[in-house]
Design a protein around this ligand. Structure first.
Ligand SMILES: O=C(O)CCC(=O)C(=O)O
Ligand SMILES: [Fe+2]
Length: 341
């Protein structure tokens, strides 16, 4: 067993890095999301079961249109195929928006940079309010006229889905459905598109598509394009379990802030991605957080005399900022290479 350092302490990993025998993550249908309170509570119980035992699940019947999803991936492919100089113009490393080049990030401090490219967006007006000079870093409309409207539409639809999930998490945590409302006035969030080039042969364990990590916010909704297996989830035995794409679903995983609030009952599970498929792989995660000035404290409903509070209260924004600044490599690796040459 070796240890992985995460924002919430160390996790053990089996010495074998081979994926363990396939174990299916549960599929939870959201069809009852607009049902009666009893139906919503039954759905929340399913979410609670998956959140406490695994921290990962697939969600189906989510209401986001497949056409919108396909269009987003079409645009992602076109964006990542642009020449490097055009992609680099859509970059603002200071505000964590826009393009991040290959190995421009490193989620696992033991590694040498993640083998993916990314493009990140948030809510334009919110990004600027946070002090950035400009909003999202769109590629030029001359190069990609449909990128902005398509990605904006995708953001709108997934944001709407995420907003419908917070009341469900509140129920799953034994709280009033509206508990999170006042912590969601201008919530922290990021939507990303990711491109993972294929990796061949023997892979250096320090150079993975995305290294072992937990997500920072409350929960993540992830779309995986096509039928390419890359995502792996660490189970309680320290084995990597495959999480292949399931058509018509998002992967939903619990992230650090919900683990903290739930006093560790909900699991922010370690995961990573390695693209050995031989072809390009694209994914689209959307991270949902709370207002950055909201306090993230252990919920009284999750504390007992046998299980006292395990986490100190923190401000949501300070926690996420700290984790992001540890992840993003501020020195641009392409410029570094030029200097070294
Ligand atoms: O691309 C994937 O499958 C996983 C991405 C991920 O874990 C992340 O961006 O936090
Ligand atoms: Fe992640």
């Amino acid at each position: 067993m070796s240890a992985i350092k995460t924002g919430l302490g160390e996790r053990l990993v089996s010495a074998s890095t081979e994926a363990a025998a396939f174990k299916q993550l549960p599929i939870v249908s959201l069809a009852r999301l607009d049902g009666s309170l009893d139906e919503r509570k039954a759905l929340a119980a399913e979410i609670q079961d998956a959140a406490t035992k695994i921290g990962f699940m697939y969600i189906s019947d989510h209401g986001v249109s497949q056409d919108v999803i396909e269009a987003a991936f079409d645009q992602a492919k076109e964006f990542f195929a642009l020449p490097d100089d055009k992609k680099m113009r859509a970059r603002d490393a200071e505000s964590f928006r826009g393009y991040a080049p290959l190995k421009g990030e490193n989620v696992d401090p033991a590694n040498r940079g993640d083998v993916h490219e990314a493009w990140d967006m948030g809510d334009d007006s919110q990004v600027m309010k946070e002090g950035a000079e400009h909003g999202n870093m769109w590629p030029s409309a001359e190069d990609l006229p449909n990128f902005k409207p398509t990605l904006q539409k995708t953001w709108d639809e997934i944001m709407a889905l995420g907003k419908r999930l917070f009341p469900l998490f509140a129920l799953a945590l034994g709280l009033d459905e509206h508990y999170f409302d006042e912590k969601l006035r201008r919530p922290g969030h990021t939507m990303r598109v990711l491109y993972y080039p294929p990796q061949y042969g023997e892979i250096d364990a320090r150079e993975l598509g995305i290294g072992a990590h937990t997500d920072y916010e409350c929960f993540t909704l992830l779309l995986q394009h096509g039928d390419i297996q890359a995502l792996q989830v660490l189970n309680a035995a320290g084995e990597w379990v495959l999480a292949p794409p399931v058509p018509g679903t998002f992967v939903l995983n619990i992230a650090d802030m919900l683990q903290r609030m739930s006093n560790g009952l909900f699991r922010s599970t370690v995961h990573r991605a390695i693209n050995r498929s031989g072809v390009a792989r694209y994914s689209l995660p959307f991270f949902f957080g709370l207002d950055y000035d909201a306090e993230v404290a252990v919920l009284p409903s999750c504390v007992t005399s046998e299980r006292p509070a395990q986490y100190e209260p923190i401000k949501a924004g300070a926690y996420v900022e700290q984790r992001l600044s540890e992840t993003y490599i501020k020195v641009d690796p392409t410029q570094e290479a030029q200097v070294a040459a």
